[in-house]
Design a protein around this ligand. Structure first.
Ligand code: XUL
Ligand code: MN
Length: 339
């Protein structure tokens, strides 16, 4: 079967190259300028944080107007908004986390801001809310009560599901960074929480390749398990070179075979969510090349779709039945080398 995929990325994926050790090396482009690049690069939709759309401290009326203006920008470019993610990791009141902060007023800030993100999603025309629980964790284990923390995350999910009966929550889990240890470090952890949520049907997962790799897991297996639950509603494809900081390298650039298995599992499961590419240009990239990593990641994905569609399923079945995994491995490697 031949399907077409919808590609998305977020404005943060066109970046200045600033890192913890050095300043920007490329100009900071306005979001409106970035939006003009999407179609040219072959992308269809935009992933958004709440404050990518309008500043977080705007009042109700200004927010409504600002969101309408942003929506017009999207419409003019022929782009759709895929999701809104409340950015709960930059504001001073999120230093100790959002939903799991020890301070009651900080927890209230996180909930109010998340509800506002839901309202922005409604105004802009998407029902998907992504929760990357960046600071819901600790630097030292003793800092928070982990049992209470789990309950507080569930309470927050339920508050949002109640706030709007139409939205869906997608947890994007990551085991570490910025925290030493994150609560709910893998998609499996969040999936388990979904079944305890007030409306499990509206609770699912976004899986990022690099996050699975950082947890020592294989992204395609994480995705397969979540697809089996019918809860893989979005992905952040990228690559990652071992267990270090989150690298967001171009898709397939470290381990092409791992990328192939990711694409193959999405193909076989008829995955119909968006193909989000959460990739970062190298700091060495010149301004004129600062969208190449997006174009390249999309191209590699599509090339791997072709490879996945060309595999000889009968041969694979036979090699599996014969337990000839040596031959199966060579077959896959040769496919990846263009044979
Ligand atoms: C963090 C990460 C975020 C989310 C969006 O590692 O992946 O960019 O994808 O908030
Ligand atoms: Mn991501």
């Amino acid at each position: 079967m031949s399907r077409t995929y919808r590609f998305t990325f977020g404005p943060w994926n066109i970046s200045t190259g600033a890192d913890p050790f050095g300043p920007p090396v490329r100009p900071d482009l306005a979001t409106a300028v970035k939006l003009r690049e999407y179609k040219k690069l072959g992308f269809d939709g935009v992933q958004l944080h709440d404050d990518d759309v309008v500043p977080a401290d705007w009042g109700a009326e200004q927010t409504r107007k600002g969101v309408a203006e942003f929506k017009k920008l999207l419409d003019d470019e022929g782009l759709f908004p895929e999701f809104i993610a409340p950015r709960l990791w930059e504001h001073p009141q999120t230093v100790d986390g959002g939903y799991t902060a020890n301070s009651e007023s900080d927890r209230r800030y996180a909930l109010d801001r998340s509800k506002r993100a839901v309202d922005i999603a409604n105004m802009i025309g998407t029902r998907d809310i992504v929760l990357w629980l960046a600071r819901e964790g600790t630097y030292i284990r003793e800092a928070k009560d982990p049992i209470l923390a789990s309950q507080r995350i569930l309470d927050a999910v339920n508050t949002l599901l109640d706030h709007d009966k139409n939205i869906r929550i997608l947890g994007e889990m990551k085991p570490n960074e910025p925290m030493d240890q994150a609560y709910l470090p893998t998609p499996g952890h969040f999936l388990a929480m979904c079944y305890k949520a007030g409306d499990p049907k509206r609770c699912g997962v976004l899986i990022e390749s690099a996050h699975s790799i950082l947890a020592g897991l294989d992204p395609s297996d994480d995705m397969a398990y979540t697809l089996w639950h019918e809860k893989l509603w979005s992905v952040h494809l990228n690559d990652q070179n071992g267990l270090k900081y989150d690298q967001d390298k171009s898709f397939g650039s470290v381990d092409l075979r791992r990328a192939f298995n990711t694409v193959w599992v999405l193909e076989r499961a008829n995955y119909d969510g968006c193909v989000g590419l959460d990739v970062k240009a190298m700091r060495t990239t010149k301004p004129e090349n600062q969208t190449k990593h997006l174009k390249n990641s999309r191209a590699i994905f599509l090339r791997l779709v072709e490879v996945a569609r060309s595999v000889d399923a009968a041969l694979i079945d036979r090699l599996r039945a014969e337990r000839d995994y040596e031959a199966l491995e060579l077959y896959v490697l040769e496919k990846l080398m263009g044979k």
